[in-house]
Ligand binder design. Structure first.
Ligand code: 13P
Length: 249
């Protein structure tokens, strides 16, 4: 059975290690008997060594750098993450483009490095414009340069329109139909970069104001393989509700 993937992006939260540990433990208990969902917690780097992944609750990072080790002040390598039991890494998030000036060329090098270290990559694409278009095409084409078609199975693509992120200034919640359109657009570009077969099998999820009241719609009507909640995932009970809403449907 292919599991639906629900990935919590905690971003720069919570404020303390005590809270992070407490929230992780609550989630761990709450999702223990889940069958149809793979829940993943993407926590800040600093909490990752303390939060222990299990076979039913995976850990992810929110960024990584290139190579294994070396003179890169402040950076964390994919291999270092892997050594902590981290399985996933988010790359290409719009907040890194906006606040850290990250360019798609660097995202591409990070994707190659992360795959090389055996991490699964949660690759976010999306733009400010309502209709998926050339910006997303650029993100995908540039971001995936040099990625082999057999490695596409190790990627989770996220359609994350910037305008639908809960903290964006003029936020509008996307409809499942808009998510569906974004997903189809990504699949179409993947078909052009790789081939139809690879595109058909690619895992595409949705991010942007996902919560327990709307996640099923994105999966059923939006035909998404899962979700990437940010703000709503900070409440561990709400995250469990999201996972259960999908597991029980
Ligand atoms: P929100 O769920 O807060 O809109 O955040 C979405 C997001 O950026 C996840 O990566």
């Amino acid at each position: 059975m292919v599991k639906i993937i629900i990935i919590a992006n905690w971003k720069m939260n919570p404020a303390t290690l005590t809270e992070a540990k407490r929230n992780f433990e609550i989630i761990k208990k709450g999702v223990r008997n889940i069958k149809k969902v793979e829940p993943v917690i993407c926590a800040p780097f600093i909490f990752l060594p303390v939060l222990k992944a299990t076979n039913y609750l995976k850990l992810g990072a929110q960024d990584c750098f290139l190579g294994e080790r070396g003179p890169f002040t402040g950076e964390v390598s994919p291999k270092q993450l892997k050594s902590l039991g981290v399985g996933y890494v988010i790359l290409g998030h719009s907040e890194r483009r906006k606040h850290s000036g990250e360019l798609t060329e660097l995202v591409n090098r990070k994707i190659i490095a992360a795959l090389g270290a055996g991490l699964k990559v949660i690759f976010c694409v999306g733009s400010e414009t309502k209709k998926p278009g050339k910006e997303m095409r650029y993100q995908l084409k540039t971001g995936l340069k040099g990625v082999k078609k057999q490695d596409v199975a190790k990627l989770v693509f996220v359609y994350e329109p910037v305008w639908a992120i809960s903290t964006s200034k003029n936020k509008v919640v996307a409809t499942p139909q808009e998510a569906l359109k974004g997903g189809l657009y990504i699949r179409d570009i993947l078909g052009k970069i790789f081939d139809e077969e690879t595109a058909k099998k690619a895992k595409i999820i949705y991010g942007g104001s996902v919560d327990s009241s709307n996640i099923r719609g994105f999966i059923k009507e939006g035909k998404m393989a899962g979700g990437l909640p940010g703000a709503a995932s900070l409440d561990p009970h709400e995250f469990i509700r999201m996972v259960k809403a999908v597991d029980e449907s």
